[in-house]
Design a protein around this ligand. Structure first.
Ligand code: PLP
Length: 360
């Protein structure tokens, strides 16, 4: 069988070596006689798995000591509520930058808890660009500024970090975390659902600065309180143990690849090859402003949309799966996270050239 490449936006491809290791350890984790799925989260075996995963993530992202790392459930969507519940801290307002579908969801949820000021929006451009920082109408009374560094659906990515002064910056990094090095100290909170670039669905990673924990909005459920999770080492209740373990295997794999500087180089190169192929042809088009094209999610359209379904059918036959664009954007979307090998991008580019030659 020839290689299959999975371009799903999430849950997404995992490194083959990680899945093989998980398979080898599935029934008996390192002589313990137990599967990781069967272990007590408070037993010494799982405690070592959990501790190693956190240590490796801290090393990969160079997370400063005054940040807590939480391994939670509830997805990025729970963070849309957890952020205001923990960060409002007596304030009534928060700033949001609207660069696409996920920003909008975060804005909608925050509106249940506070007054949301949309300080900048790219909606007029149909979310194909990012408003320049100079145009942002930031509010000095805002409790925090929330943005989405990579919009998974629109394929729009910030290649810079906004400076919000003393107002904590909050980032939904679900589809970009671990794709490149990060200066964590620029952020108050970073959160990510695992199923794009970390591991399987069901795990949510939160990195939160110490001083932003411990003062929740009255009535906040315990499960939505950063400090309670931090004080209990993310074991306030039963954590998603198997997802945590798999994330740990991914962190270890990333270290073996040379860490995030090495990943950044690979990701930049992978995405550049694909964007170059798209822009070199009149048959394909990228809807996104060149300055904010995502390294992770590459939407592209066919000049003749009536060929879309044929493109998808032939691509699947060639082993290139899940290339259908989100219904709100149309066309195609290739998600090329860390675990997508360069050969997968090469195979996609070859297929696109061949399809254009025969159908263009
Ligand atoms: C996938 C995604 C989400 C939603 O994540 P869930 O884990 O399903 O809640 C939110 N934000 C971004 C940027 C995403 O890519």
């Amino acid at each position: 069988m020839s290689a299959i490449y999975n371009f799903s936006a999430g849950p997404a491809v995992l490194p083959g070596a990680v899945l093989e290791q998980a398979q080898a350890e599935l029934l008996d984790w390192r002589g313990s006689g137990m599967s990781v799925m069967e272990m007590s989260h408070r037993g010494k075996e799982f405690m070592s798995i959990a501790g190693q995963a956190e240590a490796d993530l801290r090393e990969l992202l160079a997370i400063p000591d005054n940040y807590r790392v939480l391994f939670l459930q509830g997805g990025a969507t729970s963070q849309f509520a957890m952020v205001p519940l923990n960060l409002l801290r007596g304030k009534q307002q928060a700033d949001y930058i609207n660069t696409g579908a996920w920003s909008k969801k975060a804005i909608g949820e925050a509106g249940r808890f506070c007054e949301v000021n949309v300080a900048a929006s790219a909606e007029d451009s149909k979310f194909t660009t990012i408003p320049a920082l100079e145009s942002w109408q930031l509010n000095s009374d805002a409790a925090y500024v929330h943005y989405t560094p990579n919009e998974t659906i629109g394929g729009v990515e910030f290649h810079w970090v906004p400076d919000t002064g003393d107002v904590p910056l909050v980032a939904d990094m679900s589809s970009t975390i671990l794709s490149r090095p990060l200066d964590v100290s620029r952020y108050g909170v970073i959160y990510a659902g695992a199923q794009k670039n970390i591991g399987p669905a069901g795990l949510t990673v939160v990195i939160v600065r110490d001083d932003l924990t411990g003062d929740t909005v009255a009535g906040t459920p315990s499960m939505y309180d950063y400090k309670l999770h931090a004080d209990n080492d993310s074991m306030l209740n039963t954590p998603p143990t198997y997802g945590w373990y798999l994330a740990g295997l991914v962190f270890d794999w990333l270290k073996q690849q040379g860490g995030l500087a090495a990943m950044a180089e690979i990701n930049q190169r992978k995405s550049a090859r694909l964007y170059d192929a798209v822009s070199a042809s009149d048959f394909y088009n990228s809807p996104v402003d060149v300055a904010c094209q995502s390294w992770m999610n590459v939407p592209f359209t066919l000049a003749d949309a009536s060929l879309d379904s044929e493109f998808l059918t032939q691509a699947a036959t060639a082993g290139l799966l899940n290339l259908k664009g989100h219904r709100s954007v149309g066309g195609m979307r290739a998600s090329i996270y860390n675990a997508m090998p360069e050969a997968g991008v090469g195979a996609l580019i070859d297929f696109m050239g061949e399809f254009e030659r025969t159908r263009g």
